[in-house]
Structure formats: C-alpha cells, structure tokens
Design a protein around this ligand. Structure first.
Ligand code: SF4
Ligand code: SF4
Length: 367
C-alpha cells in the first residue's frame, strides 16, 4: 500500500519548487499565518514523510490535516503540483502509522458501521416515507449523507423540482456514504465499490440514463474517485442537469427579478470538477441580479469545511467561512447561493445577517 502511495506521490512532491506563489491563496495560511499551514510548507513536510519516513510531531500533523483540499494552490502553481492529492496520500500514510485526529477514526467507524458519517441510525428513507420505486425513471437521485441527515430541505427540494418538472426519478434505497469523508482524510474508500454497483443496478432496473446529485462532494468523488471509465450512464450535478434542460428549452424555472444574489463556487464542483457555468446559468435564468464576490470561479475562496477540517478544527473553519461571508457582504448581496449541502450548511451557521441557500432550495421555494 505505502509503495503505491509513494510511487504516485513523489512526482507531485518534487513538482513543488518552493516558489511561494500559492501563499496568497491558501485559506488556512490566511488564518493561521505560518508557512507550515500553507501549501509550500505542507509539500516540504509531505516530502519528508513520504520519502524519508519523517515522523511529524503534533504541529506537523496539524499542518497536514488542516488542509481543506480546496485546490486553490494548484490553480496558481506554476508547475500545477497536485497538493490536495499529496495531502490525501500523506494522510493515508499517517493513518497507517496511527497518527491522525482521533475524530477522523470516529468518522471511519461510523461510515463502516452505519453507512454515514453522522452517527445516524435512521433509515435513508426517513424523509420520504411514501417513496415507491417507479417502473421507469429518467434520472437516479444520489442523495448523499448531508442532505439526508443534516440539510434535508435540499433533498426535499430536489424531489419537488423533479416532480414539478414531471421528470420521473428513483434512488438507491440502501445507499451508503459516497466515501468522500474517508478519501479526503486518508481513511480510504471502503464503500466505494458497493455504491457504484448499486447505482448501476438501480439505474439499469428503471432505465435511468443519468445519475444526479445535489452534493458537490459526492459528485467529485463519483466522477473522479470511482472506477467508472466505461459506464454507459451520465453522472451529473443537478445544476448541470437543469442547465442542460434550460438550454434545450425543455424547462422554465420560477422568477425572482431584482433580488441581488451572489454565488459561492463549491471547491469540489468548481476547481476540482471544472464546473463554473452551469450553476450561474440556472441562477441567471431566474431573473435575479447575480453579483460576483471578489473571489469567484477558479479563484473562489473555500468555505473552510472540506478535507475533514470542520470536524477536527472547527475554529479554523469558522474563521475561513466568516471571511467568505464578508465577501458577500462587501457586494451587498441579499442572498448567498451555493450548490453543495456541505458549503451551505457551513456558510449558514457562520452568516448571521445574509441568508444562505442551496440553488435547489431557492428554486423549490418559488415553485
Ligand atoms: S505555487 Fe506550487 S511550486 Fe510554488 S510553492 Fe506553491 S505548491 Fe510549490
Ligand atoms: S488545497 Fe487549499 S487549503 Fe490545502 S494547501 Fe492548497 S490552498 Fe491551502
């Protein structure tokens, strides 16, 4: 295991020429102010851990585990060093040495035992008890753990939109966590194969040719971490699905003219998956006044929650999220929209004055 990790990691580690260009964009360095907590410091440390077996102390461990894996550094890096991937692989080496935040082991145990990282024992169907599998479906909704157990209005909104647009849908009854929290924190991907098999089986049984998800983290994980190269099925974020329908003139969305909204690009949808336009097309189709924050699209500022940081370092996450909300205040936004339940949840608890909604909630509330 470690040999494979080293083989994959070393070429990326040596790409870092320590130029420091990434210092200006790292959200954790911005808060903590010490090079240890920025991409350059992390890459130097990761190189020592991976190549020389260096045994980091608590400060070193915090350096590796406070990276949100937002990928902002890679976008400005002259050599395009894959810092998030190096962090994930370095974390898996450290997990193998039993050196990690204790709470990450708890996450792993919850996912292994319950299929979700939230310690929830409720059935996946709790929020939609009258669900009946359709004979035929056009799309399969991969709900994700956060909409199921923490932001259920987002899951309900997706269903309201699909029903309202008369799009037949289904979903996987015994769905498990997509494994994103485990992969990002170095704990591997125990449920990955199970999920992809279930997705394919369910889709094939109903004729659905598209899997949609409202979660940017699930979306990135399924398209980039799952073995799906030869799949005859499309995996789409719901904003991509709706944008495509809008372009084809197949749907119209409710209007809210004059409302001043801004959009927070989730790192997993934007920088990781390269999708910036679809959510904006959906928002603009609703007649609102879309204003961009100082950091947007490829330079979007992370919400601070990813990479297992929120659960292990909540104060750091709060400070990063507060900076992002302040950017929305600076452009006088009346509403912050995003396209990821994890970002929405995190920005919402850190925004006292500006409401925060997922795009699907915004649509569904107007339907
Ligand atoms: S910008 Fe790239 S090469 Fe420069 S210090 Fe950061 S990670 Fe290393
Ligand atoms: S991925 Fe984000 S948090 Fe991690 S080092 Fe790069 S800029 Fe910093």
């Amino acid at each position: 295991m470690n040999d494979k990790i080293i083989e994959a990691c070393v070429p990326e580690v040596v790409k870092c020429v320590h130029c420091g260009k990434c210092r200006a964009v790292c959200p954790t360095l911005d808060v903590l102010g010490w090079d240890n907590y920025g991409s350059r410091g992390r890459m130097i440390l990761a190189g020592e851990i991976i190549r020389n077996g260096f045994d980091p102390d608590e400060t070193g461990l915090n350096s590796i585990f406070t990276c949100t894996t937002c990928k902002h550094c890679t976008t400005v890096c002259p050599t395009k060093a894959k810092v998030p991937e190096v962090m994930e692989m370095t974390r898996s080496i450290l997990v193998g040495r039993k050196k990690h935040p204790d709470i990450h082991r708890v996450l792993y145990e919850r996912v292994e035992k319950l299929g979700n990282p939230y310690d929830e024992h409720k059935d996946r169907l709790w929020w939609i008890p009258d669900f009946r599998e359709p004979e035929e479906a056009e799309v399969m909704f991969f709900v994700g753990c956060t909409p199921t157990y923490r932001t259920v209005e987002i899951a309900k909104s997706v269903v309201k939109i699909l029903d309202g647009l008369e799009i037949p849908w289904t979903f996987v009854r015994d769905q498990k966590c997509c494994s994103s929290p485990l992969i990002r924190t170095g704990w591997g991907s125990i449920t990955t194969d199970h999920n992809i098999e279930k997705i394919i089986e369910t889709a094939e049984a109903t004729g659905a040719d598209t899997v949609i998800t409202s979660c940017a983290g699930c979306y990135k994980t399924i398209i980039q971490d799952y073995p799906i190269e030869d799949l005859d099925i499309r995996i789409m974020h719901i904003t991509q699905y709706l944008a495509e329908k809008l372009e084809k003139g197949e749907i119209e969305l409710p209007q809210k003219p004059g409302l001043r909204v801004t959009f927070h690009d989730p790192c997993h949808l934007g920088r990781h998956a390269g999708e910036y336009d679809a959510p904006r097309k959906v928002i603009e189709s609703m007649g609102v006044d879309l204003v961009e924050m100082e950091h947007n699209r490829q330079s979007s500022w992370c919400c601070g929650a990813g990479g297992g940081v929120r659960i292990a370092f909540p104060e750091l996450t709060e400070k990063i999220a507060t900076k992002r909300v302040n950017e929305a205040r600076a452009v006088d936004a009346e509403l912050i929209l995003s396209a990821c339940p994890f970002c929405v949840y995190n920005l919402r608890v850190n925004s006292q004055d500006i409401p925060v909604r997922d795009i699907v909630e915004f649509i569904a509330e107007l339907m």
